[in-house]
Write a new protein. Sequence first.
Length: 573
Amino acid sequence: MSVNKDTKNNSDTPTSNFIRQMIAEDLASQRHAGRVQTRFPPEPNGYLHIGHAKSICLNFGVAAENGGQCNLRFDDTNPAAESLEFVDAIKENIKWLGFEWSGEVRYSSSYFEALYGFGVQLIDKGLAYVCELSADEAREYRGTLTEPGRNSPQRERSVAENRDLFARMRAGEFVDGTCSLRAKIDMSSPNINMRDPVLYRIRHVHHHQTGDAWCIYPTYDYTHCISDAIEGITHSLCTLEFEDHRPLYDWILNSLDIDTIKSVSDLADSATPYVLPQQTEFAKLKINYTVVGKRKLKQLVNEGLVSGWDDPRLSTLAGLRRRGYTATALRNFCESVGVARSESQVDIGMLEHALREDLDANAPRAMCVLRPLKVTLTNLPEPLTLSLQNHPKNDEMGRRDVPLTADIVIDKDDFREQAEPGFKRLVNGGEVRLRGAYVIRCDDVVRDTSGEIVELLCSADLNTLGKNPEGRKVKGVIHWVSASAGVSATVRLYDRLFTVENPESKDVEDFTTLLNPDSLTVLEGCLVEPAAAQADSAPSFQFEREGYFTRDSVDSRDDALVFNQTIGLRASF
């Protein structure tokens, strides 16, 4: 496992947490012969979201900190919901975050033959049986949190009969739902996950990796622990939702022959002592005003409530990336949130703070007028090319040429006919400084036939280019763009996707009713200075006085620029 050069957090020393302490203790005791092997095991049934970023940073991070390795393994046991699109998107977003997995990409489906063999081994030990209960019947037999379950009518089948039926399941003799392979544990267990859970189910579905070779597929709980063991994982780090599944994780591994597991594992030919992996749970990352539940994200996409998995309003990594979030900001945010054992909700302001910090330091400056109002400089003798800094605090980012012509535009909100208390921009008869250019005075206002202001006639004080002569005091500074040299652009402004802090609350019947109708505002006919419109320009800018914006990676072209608002200059909540 390797980490790209730019993955280092702002802090030289990662924040200590219970997982880092546990790994340090294991290394000190040589529990895994000094090895640290983690894995990130996403299901390829959707795009990664901000919650996955925390898991990615943790799994890849603790491995890198301890000279270990981290595998990327797709848990591809439900082909009906999976696709290569999701596989490719997941790989791309992990790399974008700045991480490289150890060796080749792995798939649980690569272990299907071994998994089937271990199923037979459980049957031979009297620890698994073929059950013919339907899904509804199985739920009824399972019991409740307060009532024990009941044994399946087929629970005491002979080993020979179970072996035969399991082989026929694999051969495709039965239709979907006819039967399943279940573990034989304890139908009265207080932990429902231990009440004879399903290990295999019949699904005649084409698989994106194995094609039509299989018509039975193992469940996640059965597959995950064995895959960890096959790969020699030392620390299986999961979110808290799997805490109640840990007894099953351990039961399955401890019920199998450890020598058989090692014989098909990555450590088969190694002298390294083989120790079964341990599962440890940590709290999920939850952020207010967002949804991270994959079902909810899918619903938003499938119902056309957003433009796709990479809609910049979504919490998906693809959406955040398209909006202009940086990998550095996400990594720093995940580190600042920390790793805890108890669930909590993080204020989205923490994420936005991490983003502003990164963009403030690294995004070049430019000017863009979102709501143009024409201004004619009546006394400008000839066009000028100004040289402005790309960043006020970093000379190494260089300078840019900014054309100043007699025809410019300013933002409509920067003009008032009459002065208002606290208004420090341009008023009729008043003065203001153009950023990096002259002080101008509004001499006259031009209206159209309906009375709307369409143009301002202004004169420039030609002695004030980039300076304030003695005795000359002008309070306001506004941004501008040359009307003739500027480049037209579409700008998308974003607000929260939801109107409430916790749209995933259990009290919410239909979270889609909480969508913010004003989450997207599209402005056409904006003007951006030429330096920000060039094909080789930076992808993200601070548009002065407006916020941070990023060229849209999907819809923007050289002849039709589209900028997405990444974040405002300051918190609005």
